[in-house]
Design a protein around this ligand. Sequence first.
Ligand SMILES: Nc1ncnc2c1ncn2[C@@H]1O[C@H](COP(=O)(O)OP(=O)(O)O)[C@@H](O)[C@H]1O
Ligand SMILES: [Mg+2]
Length: 358
Amino acid sequence: MYFDLKPKSERENLFGGEYALNNLSEYLQDDSTRLIIIKGLRRTGKTSLLNVALNELKADSVKIDVRESPYFERKEFFPYLVEQIKQKIEPSFWEKIISKISGVGISYKDLALDFFFSKEENIHLFFQNLNQQLKNKNKILVLAFDEIQLLKAIKFDYFIASAFDNYSQLKFLLTGSEIGVLDKFMGKRDYDSPLYGRAYMEVELNRLKEEETKRFLEEGFRQIGKNISFEEIKEVISQLDGIIGWTTYYGWLRIKSISHEKSLERVKEEGKVLVKRELDLFLNTRQAKSKYIKLLKFLAKGENEWELIKYAFLKEKIKVADSQLGLYLKELSDYGFIEKQTERYLISDPIMLKAIKE
Ligand SMILES: Nc1ncnc2c1ncn2[C@@H]1O[C@H](COP(=O)(O)OP(=O)(O)O)[C@@H](O)[C@H]1O
Ligand SMILES: [Mg+2]
């Protein structure tokens, strides 16, 4: 069923993902591809695609939802990662790896896992041995990280770069909603970045085209034995703009026998709370918060080309240098709140657009 709110993990519940899914599966099976990323704005179906691909994969895999992990501290994240790997591999396999790590002086058996693996040298020993054991068995292990950009702060990109170079049996599958931040993580155009120059494959998810939204709704309604009218489809398309997450939520409400109007209203109301929280998370760490808010309001009003924005600030007697404005626009687009289309800066999400207007 399409209209289930949880990220999908079965192929039959995934709408239209064949192309992306086939590409992804191919990369996952190809020995020479060891780093793969899934890109896309929030709620375009990255987690669903990742889940289905891992579910269908023959090789072993470990998925880390970074948002649910202790991602603020290296000393906490690595033991967590090892623990997740431990849970997915055979106990005998784990014993083999661990028996080879006598650590520096003290053995693993004497200490709790999280203490033992809070030491960098033990982590390296662990991955070295894990890789060796995988090699002996001629196996690959896929490590998947959902919302990887959150790990930039603990320099996890250095770990991936070193693992990529040294541990031939490990493969990495990464996703991120904040595309520019993800690009930064991957070292795109940045020679000083640890991951710069490592070959990776990319799968990108976009919002649905009108025709696709129509098909998604029609098929989704057929699955629940209901009908949706042409007028209703048109309204969903124009108000939710092909974002599959919002459209799924709309469908889920319709299952509960809530009317078309009320469902659409609720998606927008509840969505607004969600996008506000996401935006606040971004704004609260910026010094120029009030200027960002002004800027977003201008963009929402259609004052969205460089000269128009400059003029709008001028009219309100707010000083913003070109370099500052350039930075604000870049940050907003790196974090996936706006997109540049030709000369215009547009707010990516229709629900966010509405929230800002109010
Ligand atoms: N291809 C798809 N088919 C059906 N439902 C989907 C699809 N992609 C996403 N969804 C639904 O949309 C919502 C957001 O999906 P999710 O995978 O969490 O997106 P993201 O990880 O990009 O934020 C979820 O409710 C999910 O079930
Ligand atoms: Mg996700």
